[in-house]
Design a binder for this molecule. Structure first.
Ligand SMILES: C[S@@+](CC[C@H](N)C(=O)[O-])C[C@H]1O[C@@H](n2cnc3c(N)ncnc32)[C@H](O)[C@@H]1O
Length: 158
């Protein structure tokens, strides 16, 4: 989530963590970064002030992501170790949400088996963790709002 926020590609970013101690740790990192830690760490190599400004619209929430729809354009889940029960509960909420892209470590077929509807895999890549492990991450597009009419209209406008 911090990487997404610092990339500057999103108007706002929100991180959701269930375990209070983990949430508090992340909140403390965010407070640290907002109070100028980036300037101290990056020195003159980048525009730390501009990077820090990108964190203004970043929010961290302590809560259960399975409890309500996920109203974000892009949803990233570090779900490598999520149980099938948790992912099935997330699929219920994703089916109620108008997200555009889901980024997950669970393959498309596995999501479908757990009840996720209206998605198509559009790509994947290998992510290397800070611990040196390689994980394949999948990009799933929410195709529920894709209609042949919308495709035709786009072509006609060209
Ligand atoms: C692999 S860790 C990722 C930790 C950190 N958020 C990150 O991205 O580096 C997965 C996290 O998902 C959290 N989690 C599991 N089920 C959740 C749920 N239903 N709602 C919110 N967070 C959940 C776990 O507590 C765990 O901290």
């Amino acid at each position: 989530m911090f990487h997404a926020a610092l990339s500057g590609l999103f108007a706002s970013c929100e991180g959701v963590e269930y375990v209070a101690s983990r949430h508090h740790k992340a909140a403390s990192v965010l407070a640290d970064l907002r109070s100028g830690a980036l300037t101290a760490r990056l020195g003159a190599c980048c525009d730390a002030a501009a990077l820090t400004a990108r964190l203004r619209s970043t929010r961290l929430r302590c809560g259960d992501a399975t409890a309500a729809p996920l109203h974000f354009t892009h949803v990233y889940m570090y779900d490598k170790v999520f149980s099938d029960a948790t992912s099935a509960a997330l699929a219920v909420q994703l089916n109620r949400s108008r997200y555009r892209v889901l980024v997950s470590y669970r393959p498309h077929a596995s999501w479908q088996a757990l009840g996720l509807r209206g998605t198509q895999e559009v790509g994947h890549l290998v992510m290397r963790t800070t611990g040196g492990q390689n994980f394949r991450v999948y990009f799933l597009a929410n195709t529920r709002d894709w209609t042949p009419q919308a495709g035709k209209a786009r072509k006609a406008r060209k």
